[in-house]
Design a protein around this ligand. Structure first.
Ligand code: GDP
Length: 177
């Protein structure tokens, strides 16, 4: 999970190396959770869940039964929470995606606290690392690690950096979760 536009769909695409996840230029397009079933070399299938992005309070247009923007926002929030509860009732491994360029966002901090409590095992992945120069990158990763108090894996869906490490991380989380 991660904020809208953090790069969730792009990362899933890059991970499975085929365009199964939809990417969007406009933020906040993923309305409900998307589930991807990934099979690798005859092993047990892995289910990747792309949860709705947080960080966009704007209500989706025409949310069912909503009589005002505020009601639509609340309905959307309730729906989000129900999906998340159903998913996390199974204690899955959790991955929080954060945008490399924005360390220390309060929403990310809150999400990290939440996902650690709700998941069997959890880790943080910093997306779009290709957008940072070498110095910026070191500073950003340090900032994330100090705010979130955990190690952060840098990845790029564009250059493919960190994807092998991310698969290894997913395998580790799965087996210890
Ligand atoms: P989502 O809302 O979290 O699913 O985000 P998307 O995957 O739709 O990505 C949002 C935007 O960020 C799109 O314009 C992507 O092309 C861009 N993006 C995603 N991942 C990367 C990355 O690793 N590097 C760069 N440079 N851009 C990225």
């Amino acid at each position: 999970m991660g904020r809208s536009n953090v790069g969730k769909s792009s990362l899933i695409n890059a991970l499975v190396r085929q365009r199964v996840a939809r990417t969007s230029a406009a933020p906040g397009k993923t309305r409900l959770a998307n589930v991807y079933r990934v099979t690798r070399g005859g092993g047990a299938p892995l289910y990747l869940l792309d949860l709705p992005g947080y960080g966009y309070a704007r209500a989706p247009k025409g949310a069912r039964g909503a009589t005002s923007p505020e009601a639509a926002r609340r309905a959307s929030q309730t729906e989000f929470e129900a999906i998340v509860r159903a998913v996390f009732a199974r204690q899955p491994a959790g991955l929080l995606l954060v945008d490399s360029r924005h360390p220390g966002l309060e929403t990310d901090r809150a999400a990290w606290q939440w996902i650690r409590e709700a998941s069997g095992e959890a880790a943080v992945v910093a997306t779009k690392i290709d957008k940072l120069g070498r110095g910026e990158r070191i500073r950003a990763l340090r900032a994330f690690e100090s705010v979130l108090e955990t190690s952060v894996l840098p990845v790029s869906a564009v250059t493919g950096e960190g994807l092998d490490e991310l698969w290894k991380l997913i395998d580790r989380l799965k087996t210890s979760g």
